[in-house]
Design a protein around this ligand. Structure first.
Ligand code: GTP
Length: 171
């Protein structure tokens, strides 16, 4: 069972392809106001979680709220795929700007699981190929996460790993 001892004040990046279970994991382990979800911010600024041309507005709003929380010393979780280095760099910079530890929880599930879940979700209007690209980007990224500035990296590689992980807060 993977133990995830989180620093009390951290910027937590949940990293994983679509359907890897980030939102479910976040709801299980964190408070509603601790989690900033890119889907939620897309919906707030555009009326739908899936308006892709709302990405810029959604992320700038998400980063703004994250910054306001971090300056108050509140642990903040970012629920976005973050499979691309440039997306993660903004998170590391945000954490550093507020003297907070950037940490990563990676959900790296087998492609077969992602495909099966994607098939079962009528609410995701993109093709399975998108998930394949996200997974490729993620796998390329894995070894470099510490070098990018994440102070702790926990990687969950199976459904069982994700479902049994224990998150604790350490002062
Ligand atoms: P995106 O918002 O598309 O990036 O997906 P996500 O990574 O946030 O995944 P989400 O938590 O929305 O879960 C996607 C699907 O997988 C849902 O249908 C969930 O019911 C299922 N799922 C998520 N986590 C688990 C899990 O731990 N166990 C099982 N059995 N199913 C899960």
């Amino acid at each position: 069972m993977t133990q995830i001892p989180l620093p009390e004040l951290a910027l937590v990046a949940l990293i994983g392809a679509s359907s890897s279970g980030k939102t479910t994991f976040a709801a299980r382990h964190f408070g509603a106001y601790e989690v900033l979800s890119s889907d939620h911010f897309r919906a707030l600024v555009s009326g739908s979680e899936h308006t892709l041309d709302a990405n810029e507005a959604a992320f700038s709003s998400l980063y703004h709220v994250a910054a306001r929380r971090l300056e108050r010393g509140l642990l903040t979780v970012v629920d976005a795929t973050s499979v691309r280095a440039e997306d993660r760099r903004r998170l590391v910079e945000l954490a550093r700007a507020h003297d907070v530890l950037p940490v990563a929880i990676v959900l790296d599930l087998p492609r077969s699981v992602l495909d099966a879940r994607h098939e079962a979700r009528p609410d995701r209007p993109f093709s399975g190929a998108v998930i394949g690209r996200q997974q490729t980007d993620l796998r390329r990224s894995l070894r470099g996460l510490s070098r990018e500035g994440f102070r702790h990296v926990w990687t969950l590689r199976s459904v069982d790993d994700v479902e049994t992980a224990q998150v604790t807060r350490v002062p």
